[in-house]
Design a protein around this ligand. Structure first.
Ligand SMILES: [Mg+2]
Length: 190
């Protein structure tokens, strides 16, 4: 008999506008400004048993603003910053594609590009995640779409980026601390 695998809930985090201030095609480490409350949220999520996974559209690669290597350099640095605070990121995924920009490598629709749930599904496969118990935080309707399309338990939309409501199911919040409180109140004991 195959060994039974215990699946973990995940906290999926969009990057720009959730972890760091969205400064429009950010790729330099020195330009990173953390969003208020991100490490407190990460500490609570880790304590409650969530694996944290970053899922970020980076069409700046297709658009030629920076390279895939630039994205990975920044993300590897970010992984180290979280690890240094003892709130490790389990994985990060980024989507460099865009249907309307770039050369043949990057100009295409792609299952990873949010609102498609490709990155969430890969995370689930590669890190034994239970999507039905997982949560997503984003600042765009595409994040909400990916969360809904991936069958996540709950999505949160941080205020300030979208000018109107998104379609689909989500809870609007002003601060990451509200998500942290929700996790404390709504996560079943392990
Ligand atoms: Mg964002």
């Amino acid at each position: 008999m195959p060994e039974e695998t215990t699946l973990s809930p995940a906290l999926f985090l969009d990057r720009d506008g959730v972890i760091n201030v969205d400064t429009n095609f950010l790729y330099k480490i020195e330009d990173v400004k953390w969003i208020e409350g991100i490490f407190s949220l990460a500490t609570t999520a880790t304590r409650l048993g969530y694996k944290m996974v970053v899922v970020t559209n980076q069409s700046g690669v297709a658009r030629g603003h920076f390279t895939a290597e630039d994205v990975e350099t920044l993300m590897d640095w970010m992984v180290a910053e979280f690890a240094a605070r003892e709130v490790p990121l389990t994985a990060y995924y980024y989507c460099p594609f865009h249907p309307g920009h770039g050369d043949e490598r990057y100009r295409r629709e792609h299952e990873d590009r949010k609102p498609s749930p490709g990155m969430l599904l890969r995370g689930a496969r590669e890190h034994a995640l239970d999507l039905s118990q997982s949560v997503m935080i984003g600042d765009r309707c595409t994040d909400i779409g990916a969360a809904n399309n991936g069958g996540l338990r709950q999505a949160f939309l941080i205020a300030g980026t979208e000018t109107g409501p998104c379609s689909g199911s989500y809870i609007p919040v002003d601060k990451l601390a509200e998500v942290e409180q929700w996790l404390i109140a709504n996560t079943p004991a392990q």
